[in-house]
Design a protein. Structure first.
Length: 411
């Protein structure tokens, strides 16, 4: 199956890029016992910033082609917005008393041009703190493979029907489960009573592991199959659609810190924390209607391999086989990765003293606050990958399953 162009469209004439960062010279004044001993205006620091970026592509005669029923390709799209909020004094002061001499020192910092904007000290507001490159680096550091979700969407689209071949291959196991349910329940109750009387924990433990695995990978799968059959019966007379779409995604979060902890008898510390919330979504649209009943011998063979589902927790071979079958059976599709990255950054300062060093008057440094929030929305057209992708998919239940399987193997 061929993908529509991933580079379709022409540059939107409304594209723009505005990312001004305002800096200012700092007037640094130092006093000892109320006397000005030094003054300079050479240091340059940030004092404000904002970002607005819009970049995308448009398709010629989009609405006309869409209304005619044409399958149109996804186009690239990027939007980045940033808002910086600062609070605090325009003149920052910090004083201390030297315990060895008794002298009182005062450091005063303000904008050399007399600006009344808050003095935000060394809170960096450059593009390295807000950029597409930073978002990509965070996603990479988290080990997120965004193509996984496009493959998952394609697999879901193919797998909407009921897998009759796998059900038939597993039918004998389901019949055996029905025959064993009453004796197994009786056995568990009997062993529980034995445990109560003699403390035979080991026997009940193994029996419980068997029951857990049977419930997770026997009865639960059977219930899913029954639900699929029920949905099949409901939809059997519905009108066939010519186009289908599917999505798959997940939510991630992380925190990056760039703190500075001061040391010595008097010190200024900085808390600089960025909280990232990342939503990833894979989308696919195709001129394709999933079969009501699917018969895929390759996928069935894989699912019958012992412990194949465990391998799928790390390299999802089954999903790749579904996606590969989808690509083989269909003519045209368009797919894209969607990103929604929200960064909420907070910068705060504090002053600390140790030993005999003491504060000399009120310090305005702790009054400085910087809230830097930016959001990236991005759509990137891609093709559906066919090979299995690394995608560790574990939760508390699967960890328990893994422990139960290991215990069962060594039993």
């Amino acid at each position: 199956m061929s993908s529509l162009s991933t580079k379709a469209g022409t540059n939107n004439p409304r594209n723009f890029h505005r990312a001004p960062v305002e800096t200012g010279k700092v007037l640094s004044q130092n006093f000892i016992n109320g006397t000005l001993v030094s003054s300079s205006a050479s240091l340059i620091l940030h004092r404000d910033a904002s970002t607005e970026i819009f970049s995308g592509k448009v398709l010629k005669d989009f609405h006309k082609r869409k209304n005619s029923g044409e399958l149109l390709p996804y186009t690239s799209y990027t939007k980045l917005t940033r808002e910086v909020s600062t609070r605090g004094p325009s003149v920052a002061e910090f004083g201390f008393t030297n315990p060895n001499t008794g002298w009182v020192y005062l450091y005063r910092r303000s904008w050399a041009d007399g600006s009344h904007k808050p003095y935000i000290f060394n809170a960096e507001l450059g593009t390295d703190k807000c950029s597409i490159t930073l978002a990509d680096r965070v996603i990479s550091d988290l080990g997120i493979n965004t193509h996984v979700f496009v493959q998952q969407a394609a697999a879901r689209l193919y797998g909407r029907g009921w897998d009759g071949l796998t059900f038939a291959a597993e039918l004998h196991k389901l019949v055996r489960m029905f025959r064993q349910v009453v004796p197994q329940a009786y056995k568990l109750l009997k062993e529980a009573f034995t445990l109560y009387k003699s403390g035979a924990l080991r026997r009940l433990g193994y029996a419980s592991i068997d029951a857990w695995l049977a419930t997770r990978y026997g009865w639960r799968i059977l219930l899913y199959d029954i639900e699929d059959i029920n949905n099949l019966m409901k939809e059997i007379d519905e009108e066939q659609r010519l186009r289908s779409k599917e999505r798959a995604g997940d939510l991630f979060s992380t925190t990056l810190s760039d703190d500075i902890v001061g040391s010595g008898g008097h010190a200024i510390s900085r808390s600089d924390s960025s909280n990232f919330t990342i939503k990833v979504r894979g989308s696919i649209i195709a001129d394709f209607m999933p079969s009501k009943i699917t018969l895929n011998p390759v996928l069935t063979a894989w699912e019958l391999v012992p412990y194949s589902f465990v391998i799928d927790w790390f390299f999802n071979v089954g999903r790749a086989l579904e996606a590969m079958t989808f690509l083989t059976l269909n003519n045209r599709y368009t797919a894209a990765i969607g990103l929604d990255v929200l960064c909420e950054r907070t910068v705060r300062y504090d002053v600390s003293f140790s030993g005999n060093w003491t504060n000399a008057g009120h310090s305005t440094i702790p009054d400085i606050e910087v809230d830097d929030t930016w959001r990236l929305l991005r759509r990137k057209p891609v093709t559906v990958p066919m090979k299995p992708l690394l995608n560790i998919n574990l939760d508390a239940f699967k960890v328990m399953d893994l422990v139960a399987l290991i215990v069962k193997l060594f039993k």
